[in-house]
Write a protein that binds this ligand. Structure first.
Ligand code: SAH
Ligand code: SF4
Ligand code: F3S
Length: 453
């Protein structure tokens, strides 16, 4: 059944964790002898790797699935898979809703795709959503880029934010060993990758569950230790990480980032709200004062660091005044980028059951006002790059202008400059910035002759 000519397609929704899982699942399908196709309506094996963080993310999947289910009626050999967070949340219920599905698999089962698919090819309909110890990966991921790569360091989340589905769908924290992480990075370095982004829902909680850790929190394997352990991997020129939780973001970590030259000066530290009562209702475990102190410390060690975050507006019971405190925080800190969202009540989360929900109009209005401020602030922050020289890691040609290449600065700003991708791909190029926009930059390369020669 799993003949060599079968083609597969994966559509990915959601966060970087899902993108990394999709690359691993694609690697497994390649190993099984299937080949990738860009067209989901041409593929014999279709996998939706899904996200359920907000209702609109979940609904998107159902509309895609409807179309594929109809296709399956004409083509019974089509294999339909739902992976990721909707799969974990809905489990068997998904089969009742879309009986055409062959396989429903939660994120913890991503590494088991081959085993699960073989059961499907034997004629079974399979649901894999039980909690498991995530196996160390042996398959080579099929990575989207040849320059930058994701590396998982910790799976799951032990927090209990009252709005959030992640702990329910991703399970408890499971850290990979420092040795496994370093080995993966060394392999990436050998293959010519230049940049690694270390991934975890709460990356600064890394290591708490590893043997040798102590219950009082003075564990031997903190995320900071991990950075020191991996920073000298040959070939890897830049290290990034996400996401940081303010509860665990220590001065020691900030100092390490300042000390270690490969660690980029960009921090993604979601704050969610600028109001202490809202933060308490969210069960975030910090105050806005604590958050501001973290930012002050970051700027003391790394005055020019880029800062990004996530924020939610319209949390149940949020007053106009409380919303204003979020606006104040954004105004005071001036983020380089902020992911904003209107609160979406999610199944199985405490806040969804509260009676003080706000209307969609209020949420939409606050979201619009916050986004406006975010854009203004980002534009201001971009100004500091004008005329400066920034190091850009070239990743690809500019899709809108093939005479230009594009990449990211250490601060994670998208940057464009004139050049030939065939010569520049994977190069770190000093670029003099001549044009700034809120979220991207354009400039002139300062070293092109040397590279071309
Ligand atoms: N672990 C990270 C974020 C994971 S989810 C952290 O704790 O910061 C990514 C973002 O989605 C969150 O930061 C939050 O801003 C948003 N989000 C999560 N649940 C949401 C909900 N129910 N409604 C709206 N936004 C939500
Ligand atoms: Fe969700 Fe909170 Fe965990 Fe982040 S820390 S994933 S917001 S529960
Ligand atoms: Fe979405 Fe799951 Fe990530 S719900 S944001 S894909 S952890």
């Amino acid at each position: 059944m799993a003949g060599s000519a079968r083609q597969y397609h994966i559509t990915t929704f959601g966060c970087q964790m899902n993108k990394a899982d999709s690359e691993r699942m694609a690697g497994i399908l390649d190993t099984m002898g299937l080949t990738w196709t860009d067209d989901p309506y041409d593929a014999d094996v279709v996998l939706y790797n899904t996200c359920t963080i907000r209702d609109n993310a979940e609904q998107k999947v159902y509309s895609y699935l409807g179309r594929q289910a109809r296709r399956k009626h004409e083509n019974p050999d089509l294999t339909l898979i739902v992976a990721g967070c909707v799969a974990q949340q809905e489990g068997e219920a998904l089969l009742r809703r879309v009986p055409e599905l062959d396989l429903v698999m939660g994120p913890q089962h991503a590494n088991r795709l081959q085993d699960l698919l073989e059961q499907v090819f034997d004629g079974n309909q399979v649901v894999a959503t039980e909690e498991v110890d995530i196996m160390e990966d042996i398959t080579k991921p099929r990575r989207d880029s040849t320059i930058t790569a994701w590396v998982n360091v910790i799976y799951g989340c032990n927090e209990r934010c009252t709005y959030c589905v992640v702990p329910g769908v991703r399970g408890i924290e499971q850290s990979r060993t420092p040795e496994a992480i370093r080995a993966e990075m060394e392999e990436l370095g050998r293959q010519g990758f230049k940049e690694v982004t270390l991934l975890g829902q709460n990356i600064d909680a890394y290591g708490r569950d590893l043997p040798g850790s102590t219950a009082d929190g003075r564990h031997q394997h903190t995320f900071t230790d991990l950075l020191y352990f991996v920073h000298d991997v040959p070939g890897i020129e830049r290290i990034r990480f996400a996401t940081s939780h303010p509860r665990y973001f220590t001065e020691r970590l900030i100092r390490a980032c300042a000390e270690l030259p490969k660690v980029c000066e960009h921090f993604h530290i979601p704050f969610q709200s600028g109001d202490n009562d809202v933060l308490k209702a969210m069960a975030r475990g910090y105050t806005h004062e604590k958050y501001r102190r973290i930012i002050d410390t970051v700027r003391r060690y790394l005055p020019d660091a880029a800062l990004s975050a996530d924020a939610i507006v319209g949390f149940p019971g949020e007053t106009e005044e409380q919303f204003q405190r979020t606006m104040d925080l954004v105004n005071d800190i001036a983020f380089d980028q902020l992911n904003t969202a209107a609160y979406s009540p999610r199944p199985g989360t405490p806040a969804a059951l509260w009676e003080n929900q706000l209307s969609e109009e209020v949420k939409a209005d606050r979201l619009q006002r916050l986004n406006h401020l975010v854009n203004t602030k980002a534009a201001e922050r971009s100004q500091r790059y004008a005329g400066r020289t920034e190091e850009v890691l070239v990743e690809a040609a500019n899709p809108k202008n093939p005479t230009q290449v594009m990449g990211r600065t250490r601060g994670n700003r998208l940057a464009f400059f004139p050049g030939d991708i065939a010569l520049l791909k994977g190069e770190l190029v000093p670029v003099k910035i001549t044009e700034v926009r809120p979220f991207s930059l354009t400039g002139e390369p300062l070293r092109v002759a040397a590279i071309a020669g």
